[in-house]
Ligand binder design. Sequence first.
Ligand code: K1U
Ligand code: ZN
Length: 173
Amino acid sequence: MALLPILEYPDERLRKVAKPLERIDAALQRLIDDMFETMYDAPGIGLAATQIDFHQQLIVMDVSEEKDQPLVFINARIVETEGSQTCQEGCLSVPTVFADVARAERVIVEALDRHGEAFRLDASGLLAVCIQHEMDHLAGKVFVDYLSPLKRQLVARKMDKRHRQQTPTRAAG
Ligand code: K1U
Ligand code: ZN
């Protein structure tokens, strides 16, 4: 298995819209395993394929305390929503930034699992938040898009500083 690089905001590739997955084969199983390893290592509770620069509708997730309830969503569709909740969100593509976002309290999602079997999931609380956050990634949306322009500007500056610190400077002469 391998750790995959995660794209960081404001990388334009995070804006790509993922296409439906048409083929569930051994190569995809390996990618799913690599995505789980990357998500657990980060650590995170979800990871959308967009974040690792793969623009097809694939999400991995595990919101359990024990990290023993992995979920795979292929070609997921939210078919019903109910209520609202506001939860503090983080994002592996916007490290160190956390902000409140309002989402549906409950979602019903239909998807294929890693074997291509169709399933329907009735989710609420953190699981519902995470599903909506990851589905946004597949649509080219990042959670900071919900913030005010001023807060987004602060996030952009923070990320710019982070990326400048990470870029090695060339010695003069
Ligand atoms: O999509 C991502 O960037 C992953 C993101 C998912 C998410 C978190 C919180 C609310 C909505 C969606 C993360 O996993 S950020 C890291 C995080 O929240 C976390 C990490 C370790 C333990 C518990 C949470
Ligand atoms: Zn995210």
